[in-house]
Design a protein. Structure first.
Length: 335
């Protein structure tokens, strides 16, 4: 087993998942504004530290993705944030892309930027304690999209990023997110997601990326958010598993789904069904942001000093997601 494969397995094994706490300052400001909390550096740190020092960190969370601001902060006990995460048994990750910008030649679509200066940034993040990284490519679905240009450009960027990350002895999360926005069918989502993922692995292979030392972070196969189509958890699970079985090489150790606009319960129920039907060798777990944090954030906003109450809400959500990653969740456990 390679060093990178060992890190990936430590993050994903035994039902553990990833807490995506890498919201940019702009996104975190929107989240805090939605619950009437001022978004200053202190409040952002208090909320994140509350989660990172909760009990479920030891039992449920294998890794935490941080934002640039957070990886450089210190917790109230004097430990750096990566030291706090490590103390609680998790591995520190870092978002390293610089965001999605308009794609020249197809400005309805996006290309993720951040390759310039990435090698130097990665060395700094490694020295700060990071051992895995995240880069997100985004794709829209409509009659003409995602275009071949978008699929190809984002796959190439993800592969260049992954090669540089592995050179720095960290595990890259490959996140090609086909967005839920739109009125497309689940079948269309299946076809487009398959095309996107296959192209990513073509590029990863060309760039000599060690596939046993990556984590794939895809969307589940779902109908568009404004589609009238209603499909069951069983159908979502079957479509998602078929898509991944046909698109992902066997060397990849694990798949950590993004929640992508699903509610906390939807993201948990769908992950649970995927694991109950999982007949692959892939670990299938979660890398959730909002679907792990939203209830805790709402509770915390009422009293930012109620740390233990907030942790209790977060611990419950993390526990539900970990049960789902083992195919052992059921809705009656939510009460």
């Amino acid at each position: 087993m390679s060093e990178l494969n060992g890190i990936a397995l430590k993050i994903l094994s035994n039902g553990k998942g990833i807490l995506a706490a890498d919201e940019s300052t702009a996104t975190m400001t929107k989240r805090l504004a939605s619950v009437n909390v001022e978004s200053d550096e202190k409040n952002r740190l208090i909320f994140r530290e509350t989660l990172f020092s909760s009990r479920s960190m030891k039992e449920c969370i294998g890794g935490v993705i941080l934002y640039d601001e957070t990886i450089k902060q210190k917790a109230s006990n004097g430990k750096t944030i990566p030291e706090l995460i490590e103390y609680n048994g998790g591995i520190t990750g870092i978002k390293v892309d610089t965001g999605a910008k308009d794609l020249a030649g197809s400005i309805e679509e996006k290309i993720t930027e951040g390759l310039d200066g990435l090698r130097e940034r990665l060395k700094n993040y490694y020295n700060l304690g990071a051992r895995f990284t995240k880069w997100r490519g985004v794709y829209i679905i409509s009659d003409n999209y995602p275009s071949k240009l978008s699929i190809s450009s984002n796959a190439h960027a993800l592969a260049r990023y992954a090669a540089l990350v592995q050179e720095t002895r960290m595990v890259p999360i490959i996140e090609p997110e086909v967005l839920m926005d739109g009125n497309h069918s689940a079948k269309t989502c299946f076809n487009k997601t398959s095309e996107v993922i296959k192209k990513c692995f073509e590029e990863l292979y060309l760039n000599k990326v060690d596939l046993s030392g990556i984590i794939l972070k895809p969307n589940m196969v779902l109908p568009g958010a404004s589609s009238k189509e209603k499909i069951s958890n069983d159908e979502i699970a079957e479509l998602t598993l078929d898509c991944l079985k046909n698109s992902v090489p066997g060397e990849v150790p694990g798949i950590a789904f993004l929640s992508g606009g699903q509610t906390e319960i939807e993201a948990t129920a769908n992950l649970n069904k995927i694991n109950q039907k999982n007949n692959t060798n892939f670990i299938m777990t979660y890398s959730y942001g909002r679907a792990l944090q939203q209830s805790a954030l709402k509770f915390w906003s009422k009293n930012v000093n109620n740390i233990s109450g907030t942790q209790k809400i977060f611990d419950h959500r993390a526990k539900m997601c970990t049960l789902a990653a083992q195919g052992k969740w059921s809705e009656n456990l939510e009460n």
